[in-house]
Design a protein around this ligand. Structure first.
Ligand SMILES: Cc1ncc(COP(=O)(O)O)c(C=O)c1O
Length: 406
């Protein structure tokens, strides 16, 4: 039997950074070195440890790990076939459901990853408006991490030239912080009539500010003939089925959904106003296609996910369980005088350090040790029940006790 350190070393030897997904690489001593399986809200590592999981595979697991209705649909689809030489009927059926239930989607297309779909809407925005500059708020996937000062990973900003990206390309991408309307107005002033779009992903700690920020973005884009595009990759199927567009009641021109849609199967959707989406249509100016765009395993899973959201109050459950979980954890932090706090909206709050003495990495390490997986942005899913939350609180109380002893 190999130790955790030996397994981590094996990953490092054949995979740069130790995984194809940087945010999954274990950073803490007690963080699971490699996973074996998951069921509902529980995950199991290769060493036999079990966890109550609030990382949810970085967000995609909205219904639960190995969720039986999704599994059943996937199994059925495997029997029928995964890929075909013409579009499978599911592509049309799922598109119709998304158009019916996602506020800004009048037309929609599919890809496999979130970043790829963000690149697609950026391409459409430029082709539709005939303008070049893009204002980015937050992370939009690795291949769109092109702005100097912007996010190249969810938690990494690069202040100088982005390695691997010619300065001439970066010159068309402009990073702005969440809720910083002054900087955004300055970009519109500086690039006058050449801003194609703003693409915005939410700031999880300060998401409530979206109440005034999204209307301000809507206004400034309309005033300047630019498109407003939401990156709903984390927020879609989580704070509401239709993400921030639905929750805050301000719709964009285009939006990208991905993580929550497939309950873990890789799929993304980009869509929006019919007239704008026709830019990537037969007579349009933007050419976007992928061999696996309508791959059926992802579509089979999304199909079940949407039906489940419509039949059961999945979003309500996430808000309710999220409240129970994060209010309870914050109460533990208070009780043990630990200056950490979950802030933001209950379905996707951010773990924040309330003062300089706080060390969230060390706390997360102790949480792993006691069998709870937390993350910078933590999530409940539809499979978390009251008893799981109670158990997680018990385990985290042990982590709190150890945290203050050290
Ligand atoms: C807000 C946001 N946008 C885009 C992405 C990129 O999606 P993907 O990793 O599927 O390319 C992520 C992934 O973490 C994300 O959180």
């Amino acid at each position: 039997m190999q130790t955790s350190a030996q397994i981590k070393q094996r990953f490092e030897e054949s995979i740069p950074w130790g995984s194809s997904t940087c945010a999954k690489v274990p950073r803490q001593e007690f963080e699971p070195c490699a996973m074996k399986s998951g069921k509902g809200c529980r995950t199991y590592d290769v060493l036999g440890n079990d966890y109550v999981d609030f990382k949810c595979a970085l967000g995609p697991v909205t219904l639960g790990y190995s969720y039986e209705p999704c599994n059943e649909a996937i199994r059925r689809q495997l029997e029928d076939g995964i890929a075909f030489s013409n579009p499978h009927i599911l592509e049309c059926e799922v598109a119709e459901k998304l158009v019916a239930h996602i506020g800004c989607f009048e037309k929609v297309r599919f890809l496999r990853t979130g970043g790829e779909a963000c690149a697609a809407v950026i391409r459409i925005a430029r082709a539709y408006t005939g303008k070049n500059h893009i204002i980015q708020i937050g992370y939009n996937g690795w291949l769109n991490g092109l702005a100097i000062g912007g996010k190249v990973l969810p938690n990494v900003k690069i202040q100088q030239a982005v390695p691997g990206v010619p300065l001439e390309i970066s010159a068309f991408y402009h990073a702005a912080n969440w809720n910083d309307m002054q900087v955004i107005a300055d970009y519109f002033e500086q690039y006058k009539d050449d801003v194609a779009a703003i693409i915005v992903s939410a700031d999880y700690e300060h998401m409530a500010e979206g109440k005034t920020f999204y209307p301000a973005l809507r206004k400034i884009t309309e005033e300047n003939g630019a498109l407003l595009m939401y990156d709903e990759i984390v927020t879609g199927f989580r704070i509401a089925l239709g993400g921030v567009g639905e929750y805050f009641g301000v719709q964009p021109d285009l939006a990208v959904f991905s993580k929550g849609m497939g309950n873990g199967v890789a799929i993304s959707a980009y869509g929006g106003k019919k007239e704008i989406m026709e830019t990537c249509g037969r007579n349009g100016k933007a050419f976007i296609t992928s061999t696996s765009g309508g791959e059926t395993i992802g579509l089979a899973s999304v199909n079940v996910v949407i039906d489940t959201y419509l039949k059961e109050d999945v979003v309500g459950h996430m808000w309710k369980m999220g409240k129970k979980m994060w209010d309870g954890v914050n109460a533990l932090f208070d009780k043990h005088h630990i200056p950490l706090e979950f802030r933001g909206l209950y379905p996707c709050p951010a773990l924040c350090e309330a003062d300089e003495s706080a060390d969230k990495g060390r706390f997360m390490n102790l949480a792993f040790k006691h069998g709870v997986v937390l993350y910078g942005t933590s999530y409940v899913n539809f499979s978390h029940q009251d008893s799981d939350i109670t158990e997680a609180h018990k385990r985290l109380e042990e982590a709190c006790k150890e945290y203050i002893q050290e």
